[in-house]
Design a protein around this ligand. Structure first.
Ligand code: CAA
Length: 382
């Protein structure tokens, strides 16, 4: 039972969990190949999952953030690489369009996030601006009746599958005293002239999820590519990341839950010293601690989601959820590997993959250190 979750939200998550059971056989090959099978994304489009955060009036399911967090937990428990792609598409990208786009932009872009033909991308990070996101160098200059964008974006999730990306670029000169000034959000179709995709990154985990550079060399977009007000892009990015962090917290919970489930089954079956290893207190305590941690992380994620659904401030709660859940996922996945011993280190058991995949959760959508900055600022603001 969970006080933040209603029956419809539980049913939706249950349906996704059932669908995701059919993925198991396909995961090793896709992870080895480093690509997400297009039919899996198409299926999620057909099921409505990709459009679940889009209002019904715009053709989506209009589901709550609580429902989205539960769905991301299920997708992550099944396949973290798929979950991160959905988290970006249906979390930060869809929510930014829903909140800031004009009616024309909504009609043009939202269907592309829901139709299962691709996954949207969010392009903030650059080679020299990660945690200090406001120091980005990509520029946008008026050009005829549109804009010319120049810069290089790095570590962009879904770049290879994306119909478009939300690109953060600066209009005007960089002001070292107000670094976020002039930053503007643009919706950039990835087939626009001057846009190209760099090679896919080779990663520790999440190998079937695409992470590539987005190169903008005189990229040409129309005047109506601006999302929200010019110069207000940093606020759009930060507000989007607030919601995105709930998704990564939910992803962390799913990864931890799935690896612990494998460890529990294994501990009951594996015998040493004439008994199942689940009889040994060292392992029992490790499992008890991990299960308690997972429950606490889930409650933090759902609390932030519940606040967001009610239009209440949730920046601090989202950062707390992301911080706690992602750090918890490190402990839980490592505990699971330890319980499986030598087998846990081998690829035959999925705990090895969950431990590698889960490592990203303390890094993307804001490192643990940045979550602490956000939490401390909000607690100690004058
Ligand atoms: N909501 C709305 N607006 C916000 C905000 C929020 N949560 N936080 C800040 N802002 C606004 C401020 O009000 C301010 O606006 P004005 O200029 O109008 O006053 C402006 O943004 C600048 O704010 P700060 O002075 O606080 O900015 P800062 O430079 O000190 O940076 C930071 C703050 C929290 C460190 C921020 O840079 C940050 O979150 N860094 C981490 C970046 C990050 O998470 N990157 C992840 C990349 S995306 C990704 O990983 C997705 C993926 O592919 C998986």
């Amino acid at each position: 039972m969970n006080p933040f979750v209603g029956g419809t939200e539980r049913e939706l998550a249950g349906a996704v969990a059932n669908w995701a059971k059919g993925l198991t056989e396909r995961i090793p090959a896709a992870e080895k190949q480093g690509a997400m099978p297009p039919d899996v994304i198409a299926d999620l489009g057909r099921l409505g999952v990709l459009g679940m955060t889009i209002p019904e009036a715009d053709g989506g399911l209009g589901a709550s953030t609580v429902a989205f967090a539960l769905v991301l937990e299920e997708l992550s428990a099944a396949w973290p690489s798929l979950a991160v792609g959905v988290a970006v598409n249906s979390g930060i990208v869809a929510s930014s369009i829903v909140r800031y786009a004009t009616p024309d932009q909504r009609a043009r872009w939202l269907p592309k996030l829901a139709d299962g033909m691709g996954l949207g991308a969010f392009a903030l990070t650059e080679p020299t601006s990660g945690s200090d996101a406001a120091s980005l160098r990509t520029t946008a200059r008026p050009d005829g009746d549109g804009w010319r964008i120049d810069g290089r974006k790095q570590f962009i999730t879904n770049a290879r599958y994306a119909p478009f990306a939300i690109v953060l670029a600066r209009i005007g000169e960089f002001d070292p005293k107000r670094t976020s000034a002039g930053i503007t959000a643009f919706v950039v179709p990835l087939d626009a002239p001057g846009v190209s995709i760099g090679p896919s990154e080779r990663k520790l985990g999440l190998r079937a999820s695409d992470t590539s550079a987005l190169i903008l060399e005189g990229a040409r977009v129309d005047r109506d590519a601006v999302l929200g007000d010019t110069g207000k892009g940093f606020t759009i990015a930060m507000a989007g990341l607030d919601g995105g962090r709930i998704g990564i917290a939910a992803q962390s919970v799913g990864i931890a839950r799935a690896s612990l489930a494998i460890a529990k089954t294994y501990a009951k079956e594996r015998k040493q010293f004439g008994r199942p290893i689940a009889d040994f207190e060292g392992l029992r305590f490790s499992i008890a601690k991990a299960e308690s941690d997972i429950a606490a992380a889930r409650l933090l994620a759902l609390r932030a989601a519940w606040l967001r659904d009610r239009g209440r401030p949730f920046t601090r709660e989202a950062a707390m959820a992301k911080l706690y859940a992602s750090e918890m996922a490190q402990r839980a996945t490592h505990a699971a590997v330890q319980i499986l011993g030598g087998n846990g280190y081998m690829r035959d058991y999925a705990v090895e993959r969950y431990a590698r995949d889960g490592r990203a959760t303390t890094i993307y959508e804001g490192t643990s250190e940045i979550q602490r900055v956000v939490i401390a600022r909000s607690l100690l603001a004058a």
